[in-house]
Design a protein around this ligand. Sequence first.
Ligand code: ATR
Length: 268
Amino acid sequence: MENWKITGATRVWVHVSHPAAKTVSTALLNKTFRERDLDVVAVAIDVAPDDMPSLIRGMKGWRNLVGMGVTMPHKEQIALVCDELVGLAKVMKAVNIIRRDPDGRLIGGNSDGSGFVTGLRRAGYEPAGKRVLLVGAGGASAAVAFALAEAGVRDLVVANRTAAKAEQIAARVTQAFPNIPTTVGPLDPTDFDIVVNTTPLGMREGDALPLDISLLTPQMIVADIIVKPARTPLLEAAEQRGCRIQPGLPMLTCQIDEVLAFLRLGQP
Ligand code: ATR
């Protein structure tokens, strides 16, 4: 949008976190809003958990508010006060995006894991019917697990250093998707179609590899959700062994499209 100015007609997207100074999604969204000629501005706001109830009340009457992005530590708390949860937010009971409808209703969604699945599909890798090994069991792992189950994988095995956390994810996914066998298993990729690293191993130089790469075989797709570096040592090693690889960045960029669609804002 040439000569774009923030005016009285500009609508607002807020990204709430605590603290907020390290937010990166607002810059990405502002760039996207400009590229797509949308008169919307994204702003990061710092709100502590105790002050969230008054923010939520205020949002309902904030007529030029498009919606809100939500991050730690608010994702579960905010799911309880939305007027409606849709899609994966409903089964995860956690919200990372909220749309404010014109009548003031707040609709909660969750795009954390669906960006991963969209990224895989855009790369030509359809996860439906595939056997998936998920390495790690943190917050991001849970989001990816739910999205893969929703996508209709054949089965999902969660391998994690702390078994109790893997069990928790497996139990939650099983409750939401009883037809998708989801279990806890060893860190062994043998016979899997898709292997996803959701641990931070590979972010820092000198990190150990998240799994034994000698067990990777060429028919596997090996994915990482780490964005920096763009190609982790795991991905490099997997490619050398003839696997197809999926880096972390598409999960992030595809989420932008998910967010715009959820907000019912224009597509390119
Ligand atoms: P979150 O996504 O909740 O912020 P995280 O600290 O980023 O969590 O860790 C994500 C996952 O990577 C966790 O499952 C963690 O294992 P634990 O549940 O045992 O803590 C795993 N992880 C982190 N560092 C690891 C390491 N050095 N070796 C193996 N797994 C690791």
